[in-house]
Design a protein around this ligand. Structure first.
Ligand code: RFL
Ligand code: PHB
Length: 393
């Protein structure tokens, strides 16, 4: 088995792992990023699209903002649509001038990989971590299968940035770990289409037939979602049926049909919430989806992941540069407070916007919440603040 040594071994080349690796590298802290997939797969994986104000600033401050500033779309509002009526939430106005940025997660990932390849720091693709050990000693290690055989990497700290199904959270002993879970009775059928968006701002829509979301990636590419039952099969939907259903749910008098175009990609995502506590075990630190999942209705997943990296990078820099442990010690508690706030906001958005086909009491409550969200200035402001900058509040 090949033996390597580094200061921080980072499992996963999603936004969390790549950003942590980049920030540590800039500070002269050695790290190796290990990713089980290949580079084209990771760069093509379509996911999040909304970047919070403070998170976009953090990316800029760390030298990852150049293309995002040029190509990202700044949005000053979002629309909530229900009862066939649209209500605009003036995000920027309600947040002291802070907009959100619409920029695809895979673009952030491409930018981070390009930086890392540019300065030639170790980034091992097609390398699956199979074992984490020695986590409570001062020489933890991981073992991984690479295209050239097995490798063991001994390090000072391990960052588990390996998403929902990775091995890092499983390495925390069951007796010390709590997992909080919720599965929702609906999923999202999402498409990316070569079609000019028929809207300037995102539209979150509650229709009796189900949820719909109108988002975009550029002036020529739309990103749209339909809420569907959990047992729905992608094969059962033709492209025309998807567009027809989007038309039904999103139609208004002014825009009865949305602009159609070739569907470039489609997929179904189940909706769930997970929190794992604590986010640390010995010298293993979890960040991003490895520690928590939110349903995408609040647009918080990638933002939370980057929020964790902000904390973890600070803590590791304080340790390596000044031998200070305080931020590492408080890492899990600090993150979990923010994580639970994001869970609360994501649950609120999810429950309010997905009608329940078998419970009209619940539907009445949802509509009351929506009306309150757009008609009560306090509720509107809270929604706007949470949407734009929850991770920096
Ligand atoms: P990732 O991106 O899942 O990366 C984890 C990486 O770890 C690798 N890995 C391993 N590598 C080596 N060895 C092993 N044993 C490994 N096991 C796993 C994986 O291959 C992977 O590359 O996690 P990270 O970095 O924490 O990032 C989290 C975000 O990806 C996620 O939270 C967001 O995409 C969620 N999300 C959204 N977040 C937002 O902030 N705004 C949004 O608008 C938004 N929309 C969304 C979303 C997620 C969606 N889906 C598909 C779940 C919309 C959707 C539809
Ligand atoms: C997206 O553009 O993919 C997107 C936007 C807002 C969400 C979720 C996903 O809440």
């Amino acid at each position: 088995m090949k033996e390597l040594r580094t200061q921080v071994a980072i499992i996963g080349a999603g936004p969390a792992g790549l950003l942590l690796g980049h920030i540590l590298h800039e500070q002269g802290i050695d790290n190796i990023v290990l990713e089980r997939r290949d580079r084209p797969y990771v760069e093509a994986r379509v996911r999040a699209g909304v970047i919070e104000y403070g998170i976009a600033k953090f990316l800029e401050e760390n030298g990852v903002g150049e293309r995002m500033l040029r190509q990202g779309l700044k949005h000053d509002g979002v629309e909530l649509r229900f009862d066939r009526t649209s209500y605009r939430i003036a995000l920027t106005e309600l947040n002291g001038g802070k907009p959100i940025t619409v920029y695809g997660q895979q673009e952030v990932v491409k930018d981070l990989i390009a930086l890392r390849v540019g300065y030639d720091a170790p980034l091992m693709f097609e390398t699956e971590v199979t074992n984490l050990d020695g986590l409570t000693t001062d020489a933890p290690f991981i073992e991984a299968d690479t295209p050239d055989g097995k490798v063991r990497i001994t390090c000072d700290y391990i960052a588990g940035c390996d998403g929902t199904f990775g091995p890092a959270s499983k390495a925390i002993p069951a007796s010390l770990k709590k997992q909080f879970d919720r599965i929702y009775p609906f999923s999202w059928l999402g498409i990316i289409a070569q079609a000019a968006p028929s809207t300037e701002e995102l539209i979150y829509c509650r229709h009796e037939r189900g949820f719909a979301l109108y988002s975009m990636r550029s002036p020529t590419v739309s990103r749209l979602y339909l809420g569907v039952p959990n047992d729905e099969k992608l094969e059962d939907w033709t492209d025309d049926q998807i567009w027809d259903e989007l038309d039904v749910r999103l139609a208004t008098e002014e825009v009865p049909h949305i602009t159609r175009g070739p569907i470039l990609e489609k997929g179904i995502t189940t909706m769930r919430s997970i929190v794992i506590e604590p986010m640390r075990y010995g010298r293993l630190f979890l960040a991003g989806d490895a520690a928590h999942i939110v349903p995408p209705t609040g647009a918080k997943g990638m933002n939370l992941a980057i929020g964790d990296v902000r904390e973890l990078s600070r803590a590791l820099i304080a340790k390596f540069k000044k031998n200070e442990d305080a931020l590492l010690e408080s890492y899990s508690d600090t993150c979990l407070e923010r994580v639970w706030r994001a869970e609360e906001f994501s649950t609120y958005m999810t429950q309010m916007l997905h009608p329940n086909p078998t419970d009209d009491f619940e539907n009445g409550v949802q509509l009351a919440r929506l009306r309150q969200s757009v008609k009560s200035p306090g509720a509107t402001e809270t929604l706007a603040r949470n949407y734009v900058d929850l991770n920096s509040l």
